[in-house]
Design a protein around this ligand. Sequence first.
Ligand SMILES: [Zn+2]
Length: 323
Amino acid sequence: MSYYICASLKTLHWKYLFVPLVLVATLAQAQVESAVELMEDSASWVMQEPHIGGMTEDEEEVETTLFNEASSGLFLATVYDSLTHIPAYDMYCGWDTKNLFASKNAMESVGDGVDFRLCYSDCDFHYPAEGDMTSPFGPRWGRMHKGLDIDLESGDQVKAAFEGMVRISQNHSTYGNVIVVRHNNGLETLYAHLSQRDVKPGDHVEAGQVIGLGGNTGRSYGAHLHFEVRYMGEPIDPNYLVDPSKKSLRDWEFTLNKKHLETPTIDPKAIEARGAKKYYSVRKGDTLSAIARKNKTTVDKLCKLNKMKKSSTLRPGQKLRVK
Ligand SMILES: [Zn+2]
């Protein structure tokens, strides 16, 4: 259904949508219907595909994922408003402020490649945090690490990489305090494990604008920024776009191909080993050597596992990987 709406949007002239839109709107005066629902009804009417009985599975999905109350602050009364105000609304056929990722078939929509204009001038991009990269995109500990990790201290500023509109600002069990920004070209960037979120869905942000403060929330062991770039919900290695050593864009343009979306295979041995991971919560007065002794390991191994130095300060409550 969603592709069908997209197709309708592109091929139908507005005058054919306008009349049914008004009619449906009048019939539904008692209810506040979302623009997307109106669009669905209108589009199917125009295309002479009547709604009979309940919703199909596809329609249910559209209903739950496209539109919700957070959009009301944007004064989106019609589909045209949404198309005008929301970045890449036509590409995604919607604006979901609850679910982190769209469930579109990115592979299919990439076709022979999609060109993204990333930048029009130097200030159109800002590296999201000051620190160095501590972990790249790719298989890690038997899982796919779908972003890159940037070192920071809790409370350090986290900045939007590009201009865009905040789509997600929520507390998530894995990502912790997380913000997702949709950009005009259709790419989305994600900022996770924050200690503080300073923006809400619908907020317009500029490249380099502070959107929150770094932290150690969600499934995170040690303060860092987990930064992702996604297209249609699919993760792309940020390294294709950004040079982490220079903290700058590689190029002002980026062509996304299927090869960018192919997930590397994960070594089954690594998946097995994942179960053997163990963590320790630092107590007051603990030292690295005491923790190493208690957990039958060495200080060197602890430092390596936790990407820390022997001289690093330990904080009570801090989670250290010991195995
Ligand atoms: Zn990460």
